[in-house]
Design a protein around this ligand. Structure first.
Ligand code: ITT
Ligand code: NA
Length: 190
């Protein structure tokens, strides 16, 4: 089966492609001719995720999916969440985003956090959502050069390496994205 992915983030697409079982393929929206940025105007991952999938479905009328991901930090009341990409401003500057996060956590004993991903699948015109969560802690310093976004400061529970110190296959053994994806694939295989 082929699904079109409503995302402009190539790292997400690579992680998903690396985790797909035989018989499934994804086509990134730009390869289906949609090149603009889809806005994310809402306050929840669920709504933004649905909005991205709806946007693409309205254009193409084909089965498609989107995902919205946020880092939710316990002692920051769940922030940055939907603001993860623009935590330090519209520039989507990941160095600045991480810097702001580390500054806001200075001196705090509780560094618990989780990544949460919400997939929105539109199949035969109907919406289905699937959630994936990865619990962990925010490191004091950046560690590793792989991955993307907040990976250099995120230590998933059960590992002694940050996401940025892992190969994609290793990250997929822990990640929020893989957990949500597995639920969506299971649904599609029914
Ligand atoms: P879309 O086109 O799919 O919306 P995006 O990069 O804008 O791509 P989001 O709106 O979901 O993605 O923003 C989430 C941000 O959170 C993203 O830009 C990264 O900075 C960060 N993020 C998401 N998944 C992550 C992961 O697995 N590891 C580290 N950081 C992640
Ligand atoms: Na986005």
């Amino acid at each position: 089966q082929q699904l079109i992915f409503a995302s402009g983030n190539r790292h997400k697409a690579e992680e998903i492609e690396a985790a797909l079982p035989a018989g499934f393929r994804i086509l990134i929206m730009k390869d289906a001719g949609i090149t603009e940025d889809i806005p994310e105007p809402f306050d929840t991952l669920e709504e933004n995720s649905k909005h991205k999938a709806d946007f693409l479905y309205n254009r193409l009328q084909q089965d498609c999916f989107a995902e919205d991901t946020g880092l939710e930090v316990e002692t920051l009341n769940g922030e940055p969440s939907v603001k993860s990409a623009r935590y330090a401003g519209e520039g989507r500057d990941f160095d600045a985003n991480i810097e702001k996060l580390l500054t806001n956590l200075e001196g705090k004993a509780n560094r618990r956090a989780r990544f949460r991903t919400v997939f929105s699948l539109i199949r035969n015109g109907k919406l289905y959502q699937f959630e994936g969560i990865c619990n962990g802690t925010i490191l004091e310093n950046r560690t590793g050069t792989g991955g993307f976004g907040y990976d250099p400061v995120f230590l998933p529970d059960g590992s002694n390496r940050s996401f940025a110190e892992m190969t994609m296959a290793e990250k997929n053994q822990y990640s929020h994205r893989k957990k949500g994806l597995d639920k969506m694939i299971q649904f599609l295989q029914q």
